[in-house]
Design a protein around this ligand. Structure first.
Ligand code: MN3
Length: 203
């Protein structure tokens, strides 16, 4: 029995305003993310049934639904954690933190890093994600993008933070202006949590 659950948010639905509206967050968390969780559980249940029957054909057919919905659940679970309300420290960077210094080492300056990530995220074709990750082999920070719900961990890269650039993430406020959303989301990034994620990888 697979029983993945929708994670609870650590802030109120109206607390990420004005970047993410209350209605957007309700829909994004309680409808979109919840659907990925439900569809993942349903697909895994069918998969386990097929496994019991030695039905390889059905198992292979289910892989796409598991990948899409499982990736959606995993990526959104990261996304909610790396956001914080402006009133609770959202958007505040600490220039003495390890992650800030590492960003400066890798990308010359924080501003340069920001511009690169914004640019790559805006250019994702269709639905996808912009990422800051850590490449464990080269031991460097990397900017990545992924399509749909593809995981960057599958490329050997540990995710530090992500920007959801699916239209459902911003359309109610920003309409077609993805660039404005990708520039504004920096106001609600939870740098303490991003630093925690970074420390966990390195140790
Ligand atoms: Mn989404």
């Amino acid at each position: 029995m697979s029983n993945y659950q929708l994670p609870k948010l650590e802030y109120g639905y109206d607390e990420l305003e004005p970047v993410i509206s209350e209605q957007t967050l309700h829909l994004h968390h309680e409808k979109h993310h919840a659907a990925y969780v439900n569809n993942l559980n349903a697909a895994l249940e069918k998969y386990h049934e097929a496994e019991k029957k030695n039905d390889a054909e059905t198992m292979v057919e289910l892989q796409s639904a598991i990948k899409f919905n499982g990736g959606g659940h995993i990526n959104h679970s990261i996304f909610w954690q790396i956001l914080a309300p402006i009133s609770k420290g959202g958007g505040q960077t600490d220039k003495n933190s390890k992650i800030y210094k590492e960003i400066e080492n890798n990308f010359d300056s924080f501003e340069n890093f920001q511009n690169l990530l914004i640019d790559k995220s805006i250019k994702v074709q269709g639905s996808g994600w912009g990422w800051l990750g850590f490449n464990k082999q080269t031991k460097t920070l990397v900017i990545e993008t992924s399509l749909n719900h593809e995981l960057i961990s599958a490329r050997g890269i540990s995710p530090l933070f992500c920007i959801d650039v699916w239209e459902h993430a911003y359309y109610l406020i920003y309409q077609n202006k993805r660039a404005d959303f990708v520039k504004d989301i920096w106001k609600i990034l939870n740098w303490k949590e991003i630093e925690n994620r970074f420390n966990k990888i390195k140790t």
